[in-house]
Design a protein around this ligand. Structure first.
Ligand SMILES: [Fe+2]
Length: 445
């Protein structure tokens, strides 16, 4: 058994001991509801947990939280632990087109989920027990905000311990970001739980069953959202593969441009959403080249002015291709503008200054920096210092001056910052000298 397995086992054992102690304490302190009541919640929990949806990043969301919250409010903390345990053990969700159940899921994973979720939910249930006043939907909604925050924090804390065992470079900040996203999801689903409580108190269990149907339908809206996200990502990959098949030159270049663009965007303090958008735009920035005839794109000799103009069309062609996917509209605007210059002498629309989005300005600088620092058949790669000087010399004419300043001061001159390696591609590039020479002209235009 390696050290990682050992640590995972120790964490699971500690959680298991806490689980048993808390189950005992909560049972003594708050008791347990009638078994018919528990059976009713357990059936709802199994159904809810079985309709899990998978998000684009692989995490799961189910409407189980609504049932757990409903149990946490009407039942006791011990009830929640029982229901989470039964719901997790007996659910049969479809994951990656395969039904998962008790017999084909790793026991330690299942135990970890049971310990983690029931501890978090039971502690949040204690908050509801402490409230002694009459049922009031607003007060319950407020308690829910706090209770789910407690639940997410405990859950996040336990997950952080788990992930820091599994991965060396996991950052608390990334986990916190996930927790926040998951908190928003839980609030939306938790609100449905509050309605179930309201229905139970006011009209009884039969109405709860009727209300449960729209809750399951809510799952479809999540599924549709995640499916659309996944489709967008699949589309990006398919388009990228198509370009690579046509133009082998773009491979290593694309990866380095993505890295520079993300580094600049972070240093420029753009939001995580903007950074993600720039990342995707960088991946696809030259996708419009798939709309340029092969005999021009791969022409061995010198390009005529007309052919050069045709190659310039790749910016607007790329923008139109990507813009046809609704969820990629923002990315398409960046791609259209990625050859616009700060002084208005770029293409396709001769935009200038602030007419060009900051995202496109960042991409343009990342693209040009990589073109300068990559080995060319007719010249050696510029040194880092030489390329920095070029950026500074052309700030305010070709490049956005503040973005250049940020790139140079906060990224390139940061101690230990390494610029992308291009050596790995040299053999391939040497075979494609003329192709690359044409592409180079486009990159530097
Ligand atoms: Fe381009």
């Amino acid at each position: 058994m390696n050290a990682q397995h050992k640590k995972t086992r120790i964490l699971n054992t500690i959680l298991g001991i806490i689980y048993v102690i808390m189950a005992y304490v909560f049972y003594q302190e708050f008791g347990m509801s009638d078994w018919r009541q528990l059976l009713f919640w357990a059936v709802l929990a199994i159904i809810a947990e079985s309709f899990v949806v998978i998000s684009s990043v692989g995490t799961t969301t189910s409407v189980g939280t609504a049932i757990y919250l409903y149990t946490a409010i009407i039942g006791t903390p011990f009830d929640v632990m029982v229901i989470v345990t039964i719901g997790t053990l007996l659910c049969f969700p479809e994951v990656n087109d395969k039904r998962k159940h008790l017999l084909n899921t790793a026991p330690y994973k299942m135990a970890f989920n049971i310990f983690n979720i029931s501890l978090a939910m039971a502690l949040s249930s204690v908050l509801f027990q402490l409230y002694q006043g009459p049922f009031n939907i607003i007060i319950f909604a407020l308690i829910m905000l706090v209770a789910l925050a407690v639940e997410e924090l405990i859950n996040g804390f336990i997950l952080l311990q788990y992930f820091s065992i599994q991965f060396d470079d996991i950052k608390a900040r990334d986990i916190l970001k996930d927790i926040f996203g998951s908190y928003m999801n839980s609030l939306a689903i938790g609100t449905l739980g509050i309605f179930l409580v309201f229905a139970d108190y006011t009209y009884g269990k039969s109405i709860v069953v009727i209300l449960f149907i729209p809750i399951l339908l809510a799952r479809y809206s999540f599924k549709l959202y995640y499916d659309s996200q996944r489709m967008a990502i699949d589309t990006i990959h398919a388009l990228n593969e198509a370009l690579h098949a046509k133009d082998a030159y773009t491979g290593g270049h694309t990866g380095r441009v993505q890295q520079y663009a993300k580094d600049i965007a972070k240093a420029y303090k753009l939001s995580p959403h903007q950074i993600d958008t720039i990342d995707k735009a960088a991946l696809l920035h030259d996708i419009g080249k798939i709309g340029i005839p092969d005999d021009i794109l791969n022409k061995a000799g010198k390009l005529t002015d007309e052919e050069y103009r045709r190659i310039q069309d790749h910016a607007s062609i790329g923008g139109h291709i990507i813009g046809s996917v609704h969820s990629l509209r923002k990315i398409s605007l960046i791609i259209i503008q990625h050859h616009e210059r700060y002084d208005g002498k770029g293409y396709p629309n001769q935009l200038a200054g602030d007419q060009i989005s900051v995202e496109a300005s960042i991409l343009m600088i990342a693209d040009s920096f990589d073109a300068m620092t990559s080995e060319r058949p007719y010249r050696k790669a510029f040194s880092k210092e030489h390329a920095i000087q070029e950026l500074i010399d052309n700030a305010g004419t070709q490049f956005h001056p503040q973005v250049v300043q940020c790139f140079v001061d906060d990224v390139l001159l940061r101690p230990g910052y390494e610029i992308g390696e291009s050596e790995g591609e040299l053999l391939e590039i040497n075979e494609l000298k003329e192709v690359q020479a044409n592409a180079e002209r486009v990159n530097e235009a």
